[in-house]
Design a protein around this ligand. Structure first.
Ligand code: GRF
Length: 195
């Protein structure tokens, strides 16, 4: 059976949408573990309630990003995930993690990439008076927020209230991410290898 790990750092509303999709059968697969770099992440509670194994690896306990990434690689060995789903995981991963999982890591980003990589995307949309905003699911490679795009979903910007914008973007994310994971599970989505 297709199995995947979900990495989080916070609230985990995307994780919740993904858990629900595995429970309803919209994703044909199971979450083998949820990993967080923060022990207080509310997403860990969501995972426990769904009886999903949790791993906490706190980045501040490591001297370098590479050592942290190596600890993640080691901890995942017993789960052998087919895919790593980054869902609000707020750490930049290094090649130590990315290389062994290349083509098997995806991330969701709250903007229409390549517009607005990095943080504060909603504020940038408001400041630039953009008519459109949206979300992107992309494969993760060694560059920040710039791996090949799997799918995007967009909306008209109707409000300049950042909280309202954030809420609408989350709703888009919760619909899009489970669909993309299911596409990957079915073998319909593959990272093209560069020559
Ligand atoms: C999402 O907006 C996602 O795009 C970004 O971090 C946020 C995580 O939200 N990478 P949640 O923890 O899933 O609620």
């Amino acid at each position: 059976m297709f199995s995947f790990a979900v990495f989080i750092s916070g609230n985990g509303s995307n994780l919740q949408a993904i858990i629900s999709a595995t429970q309803s059968g919209a994703i044909d697969g199971k979450i083998c573990c949820v990993l967080s770099n923060k022990k207080e992440s509310y997403g860990l509670v969501r995972a426990q309630e769904a009886n999903i194994p949790c791993i906490v690896i706190e980045h501040q306990n490591f001297k370098s990003r590479e050592e942290f990434d190596n600890a993640i690689v080691q901890s995942l060995k017993e789960y052998t995930p087919d895919l790593i789903v980054l869902a609000g995981f707020m750490r930049i991963l290094t090649p130590v993690f990315i290389r062994p999982y290349l083509g098997k890591i995806m991330n969701i980003h709250p903007s229409l990439l390549p517009k607005y990589p990095g943080l504060n995307t909603h504020q940038k949309v408001i400041d630039n008076e953009d008519a459109q905003h949206g979300v992107t699911v992309h494969f993760v490679d060694e560059n920040l927020d710039s791996g090949p795009i799997c799918a995007q979903s967009s909306m008209q910007v109707k409000s300049k209230d950042i909280e309202e914008l954030k809420k609408s973007i989350h709703e888009l994310e919760h619909k899009l991410y489970p669909k993309v994971i299911q596409d990957f599970a079915k073998g319909n989505l593959k990272l093209k290898k560069e020559n």
